[in-house]
Design a protein around this ligand. Structure first.
Ligand code: RP5
Length: 168
C-alpha cells in the first residue's frame, strides 16, 4: 500500500516584518525577498502605531512566544512604528524609514533614528535599499547562532560578488 506523504508544515516565522500601511508593501518587499533568499521565514503584517495601536501592542507582546526573534518595521510620515515596537519588546528592532510623505522620507528617517537613550532602534536607509539591508541584517543576526543561515548568507554574498561585471 502506498504511504501518503504528509504535507510539509510551513516553517515557523523568525522575523516579523511590520509596516504602517498596505501601501508600504511594495517598498518593504525587498526585506522579505532577502530573508527568503536566506531561507528564513517571516511574518508580514500591516500594523500601525497610530491607526491600530491595540493590534500593535497585542502582536508585539505575543511575538516572542510564537518564535519571533527580530522585528523589521517600515513606516512613513511621523514614523513611530519602530520606536514603539522597541518600547514594547527587548527583541532587536530594525527600522526602515519610508518615502511616502511630501518630505520624501526625511521625516520618517529622523522619527525612526532619533530614539531616546535606553530604547534602541537600528535604523536603515530610506526605502527599498533600507528594506533589503534590514532583511539581510536580520539574517546576519540569526546567522550568529544558526549555521544553516550562516551558510546561506555566505553563499548570497559570494553570488552577489560574482554577479558584478568586470566592465560596464
Ligand atoms: C504611514 O503613513 C504608513 O507607514 C505609510 O507610509 C503612510 C501612508 O499611509 P496610507 O495613507 O497610504 O495608508 O503611517
Amino acid at each position: 500500500m502506498a504511504t501518503k506523504k504528509s504535507p510539509r508544515r510551513p516553517a515557523r516565522a523568525r522575523v516579523a516584518i511590520l509596516m504602517g500601511s498596505a501601501s508600504d508593501a511594495p517598498t518593504m518587499q525587498p526585506a522579505s525577498d532577502a530573508l527568503e533568499a536566506l531561507g528564513v521565514a517571516c511574518d508580514v503584517r500591516v500594523i500601525s502605531a497610530h491607526r491600530t495601536p491595540e493590534r500593535h501592542t497585542r502582536y508585539v507582546r505575543g511575538a516572542e512566544k510564537k518564535g519571533i526573534e527580530v522585528f523589521i518595521c517600515g513606516a512613513g510620515f511621523a514614523a513611530h512604528l519602530a520606536g514603539v515596537t522597541a518600547a514594547l519588546t527587548p527583541l532587536p528592532v530594525l527600522g526602515v524609514p519610508l518615502d511616502s510623505s511630501a518630505l520624501k522620507g526625511l521625516d520618517s528617517l529622523l522619527a525612526t533614528v532619533q530614539m531616546p537613550g535606553g530604547i534602541p532602534v537600528a535604523t536603515f536607509g530610506i526605502g527599498k535599499a533600507g528594506a533589503k539591508n534590514a532583511g539581510l541584517f536580520a539574517g546576519a543576526i540569526l546567522a550568529r547562532s544558526d549555521a544553516r543561515v550562516r551558510r546561506a548568507l555566505n553563499t548570497y554574498r559570494k553570488r552577489q560578488t560574482a554577479a558584478v561585471p568586470q566592465r560596464p
